[in-house]
Each structure stands twice: as C-alpha cells, then as structure tokens.
Design a protein around this ligand. Structure first.
Ligand SMILES: [Zn+2]
Length: 400
C-alpha cells in the first residue's frame, strides 16, 4: 500500500456514519421551509463551532443567514468549496421525520439536509485524521434556494461574497442530486411570442380566413412542432440530449366573430451551452419572423425569465478528483451527466464565474411526500467529499 493509499483509507474510515445519521435526523426535525431557515442555520452553525470552526454568518435578510466556514490549507493548493442549501419546499403531506433501518424519512432528508450533514461529516473526518490540506476547503450552507419568493437570494449573496473575497473556492461542488458527476445543465427560458394585428379587430365576415391572425398563430404552432423535430434529429448534446421547446399557453381573440388584435403564446425553451440566452431568443425571433411577415403582423418576442446554461468540462481537475474519490469508495466509475433542468450551478458559473458541478448522495424522492434518504449513501458521500478535498486541494502541503 502506498503512503497515499494508506492516507486515503484512514480518511475514508474516519467518516462516522452514525454521527452523520444523527445529525441529518436532527436537521430534518427542524422545519426550514424557504424564508424560515433561521433555526436550522443556527443549528448548523453551532455544529460547525463544536467541530472547532470559525463560522461566518452572512445575513441575507432579517433572521436568514448563509453559513460559511473554512478549513484553512497551507496556502499553495487549489481551494474547493462544498456547497448546498438548508431550506426545503413546504412540508405539505410529507411523511414525518423518522429513522427506519437504512432510511431517514422526512421533508429535506434527500433535498438536501442529508448531503449537508454528510459535508459536516467529511470536515469532521478531515479534522480527526489531522490532515493538512494544501488549499483551503470551504463549506457554505445557503438559504433561499427552493421557493421562488426568495428569488435565489441565498445563492446570489454567496456570489457577491465570492466576488468581493469574503469567501473563496476555485471550484464549487454542490452536494445536490445523484451520486454522479452532473457537470452540465441546459439554459431555461420562459418566453412569450406576440403577434399583433395593426388593423385592429374587424368583423370576421369582412376578413378572409387566410388573413385572420389566428391562422398565423396556427402556423406558428406548426413551425414550433417542426422545430422540435429538427432539434430531435440534430445537434444533440452528448450529455443532455435534445434541446426542447414547449408551449404552455395560447391566447387569441375576445369575441366569436371578431378578428383578434393580439395572439400570444408562452412556453419554455431549454437550450445547450452552445448559445447564451440572447442568442437563443434571437433564434426564436428568427423562427417566428417569416410567419409574422406573411400575416402582416407585428412581432414581439420576449424573455420573461431566463437562466443561462453551464458546462464544466469532464476533465476539470475538481471533477476528476471527485471521480477518483468515487472510484475509491464505490469501486466503479461515476457517470458523467448533463440535465435539462437548471440549478444553482447555472448561477455560480454564469454570474460568479466559478466552475461548478454537482455530486450528491441521492435525489430520487426529492419533493415527494415520501421523501427519504439512504443513510449508507450519506456515509459514502461524506467519504467521497473528504477524499475529494484531499485529492483536489492536495494532502500534507503537497499541492497538486
Ligand atoms: Zn435541492
């Protein structure tokens, strides 16, 4: 066994699964629906202090704090930030918190208090083995992730803090999702396409159907259907597959025998890292322009809301560090994946400029009424996080 393997084995074995399980349960027992995270944040900060960390409580709004802590490195290695959120969706009809065999049930168990407990378990193991990392290891627990009313205030505060140097991290590893390397997300845009008739409303008897704006709205819908077929055929992203255009609402007209003045269609576009939101919007405009022109209609294409795509290369040293740690713990390769759904990495990469990606214990029951997490997978995730820090930040002052 090489020195490195011996250290890795010691670090892996220093992760205390029962400690993590009890911590995760205590965290799930504290309700922390978005905007009401104060108690769980205080609890989490107290745990960090008990482990000997200085805790930086960053006020986001009154009573709501992002929690930051740092395991200082000797200064010459790259730094890593472990990140996740402490808020949950509303508890609703979710099963009450209870532990049964390998499972911990309750709102937030898998999304994502389990992972946040695992991160503390990793820091605890690193401390107990007396490892000195070459680069800093940061931990951030944020508020305001889940519910739209928070408008992502926790993640945005973190980005601000990272930019002004309050916190650090050359990479952000989010403990969200499955135990795979999720390194790419498509962008998401809610869009609105409006076709307006400059002629105003007219009795339909005076307008041939071929000139009725509704007919052109129909053409637009058909064009969107054809566009999706084009997307399905070509330019598939190797990790996330085909881009998607979906339509949610169509409105037109206000009376049965009057031509509509305004036709409006809203939907969602999910596109890959090949383009930014403005470029994707321009493509939509290009799609609709010939139809508006044929109908002599004014065209308006707007973004209601957008999140830019992100992609962190699979051969990035931090991604590779997790891959290696995963192999050590699980004995097999972690899958490299991309998804159509967006998350905080889209913000960290595009607004903060920090390469980011995800690796979590699990996600299968997130947002379901039967939410639970496997406790053994929490232990394994903690082992992977601890070994990733050793690999990426460098062990014993030997920076990579
Ligand atoms: Zn989550």
């Amino acid at each position: 066994m090489t020195q490195n393997q011996a250290q890795w084995t010691a670090l892996r074995d220093a992760v205390d699964g029962e400690w993590i399980a009890q911590l995760a349960q205590a965290m799930v027992e504290i309700p922390s629906v978005t905007m009401q995270e104060a108690e769980v944040c205080q609890f989490y900060a107290a745990q960090l202090r008990e482990l000997g960390f200085d805790v930086d409580e960053r006020r986001v709004t009154d009573g709501r704090y992002n929690i930051y802590a740092r395991l200082p490195g000797t200064g010459d290695g790259p730094s890593l930030m472990l990140n996740g959120h402490l808020d949950t969706i509303p508890i609703g009809d979710c099963v009450p918190c209870r532990r049964e065999g390998d499972r911990l049930y309750g709102r937030g168990a898998t999304d994502m208090k389990g992972a946040m407990a695992a991160k503390l378990g990793a820091l605890r193991a690193l401390k107990s083995v007396g490892v000195t990392l070459a680069g800093d290891l940061w931990l951030s627990a944020i508020v305001g992730h889940e519910e739209p009313e928070a408008e992502k205030d926790g993640p945005l505060a973190l980005i601000e803090d990272w930019k002004n140097g309050r916190i650090g991290g050359d990479r952000i590893l989010i403990g969200e999702g499955w135990n795979e390397l999720w390194v790419m997300s498509m962008g998401t845009m809610v869009f609105e396409i409006e076709l307006t008739s400059p002629r105003g409303g007219t009795h339909t008897t005076y307008v041939p159907f071929g000139e009725n704006p509704i007919r052109f709205l129909g053409d637009l819908i058909q064009r969107i259907a054809a566009y999706q077929e084009e997307l399905d055929r070509g330019g598939l992203h190797p990790l996330a597959g085909a881009e998607r255009i979906d339509v949610g609402t169509v409105e037109a007209g206000d009376y049965f025998n009057r031509t509509p003045v305004l036709c409006r269609l809203t939907g969602t576009l999910r596109w890959g890292p090949r383009a930014n939101a403005e470029e994707a919007l321009a493509e939509l405009r290009e799609l609709a322009a010939p139809i508006a022109e044929a109908g002599q209609l004014e065209l308006n294409v707007n973004m209601i809301h957008e999140r830019e795509p992100f992609e962190t290369p699979g051969d990035d040293p931090a991604v590779q560090a997790v891959a290696q740690a995963h192999r050590f713990v699980h004995g097999g390769q972690a899958e490299i994946t991309g998804k159509r759904i967006v998350g905080d990495a889209n913000l960290y990469v595009n607004l903060g400029g920090v390469p980011s990606f995800y690796y979590g214990p699990s996600n299968e029951t997130a947002h379901s009424d039967g939410e639970w997490v496997s406790l053994s997978r929490l232990t394994q995730a903690a082992q992977v996080y601890a070994l990733t820090a050793a690999e990426y930040c460098g062990l014993n002052g030997n920076g990579r």
